[in-house]
Write a protein that binds this ligand. Structure first.
Ligand SMILES: [Zn+2]
Ligand SMILES: [Zn+2]
Length: 201
């Protein structure tokens, strides 16, 4: 299985993200499931495109595992607030939509309460400990659940988003900063960067 040797481990994902959490675990499973469904290795460049419908912790695992990254332009963010991820393989023209569908495990009713105590107030040691335990349980459940228990994977037929373009910069007439030409805004006959345009209003 030389193919899977290239896929970063969950520990590497944790190191990249900064902490271990359910979102990261979910993103890790989504990314691996997508690569398996598309039958491709971790791409070296831009052949794979991911459209992510949230900007949660999960997206860090997606970027690391699939190589679809913000900087390369093959990670497209649509702010829908959903755990839905669509991947397109430009080499084969295939696409898969992966969405979260927790059925194997329901979230503990106390978790919301605990989360609030931990994040906003001053949790008791007991609350903190219980929170950590619950989180660990959730992470383990996500990492070990059979794919069909929490992910829905379907083929898509729509075309992938267009490739990222590199365009020349032009200087902003106000601050002089080189700016992507298509991002300059005309204000009173002068081409300004968005920052300067906002200040000129
Ligand atoms: Zn996280
Ligand atoms: Zn400017």
């Amino acid at each position: 299985m030389a193919r899977t040797a290239q896929i970063p481990s969950i520990e590497e994902a944790e190191a990249f993200h900064g902490h271990m959490c359910p979102g990261l675990a979910l993103g890790y499973r989504v990314a691996k499931a997508a690569l398996a469904a598309l039958g491709c290795e971790r791409p070296r460049d831009e052949e794979l495109v991911a459209v992510v419908e949230n900007d949660s912790c999960a997206v860090d695992a997606i970027q690391l595992v699939t190589g679809c990254t913000f900087g390369k332009g093959n990670l497209v963010f649509r702010d829908h607030g959903k755990h839905v991820y669509t991947f397109y393989d430009r080499n084969t023209g295939r696409g898969v939509r992966v969405s979260e569908d927790y059925r194997g495990f329901e979230e503990d009713a106390r978790l919301g309460e605990l989360r609030e105590a931990v994040s906003s107030g001053e949790p008791t040691e007991e609350q903190q400990e219980l929170y950590r335990t619950k989180m660990r349980e959730k992470i383990d459940a996500i990492l070990s659940a059979p794919v069909e228990q929490f992910l829905i994977i379907t083929e898509v037929t729509d075309p992938p988003p267009p490739k990222a373009r590199i365009e020349p910069s032009e200087r902003c007439a106000e601050c002089g900063g080189p700016t992507m030409a298509s991002r300059l805004v005309e204000v009173a006959g002068r081409k300004l960067c968005r920052e300067c345009a906002a200040g000129a209003e």
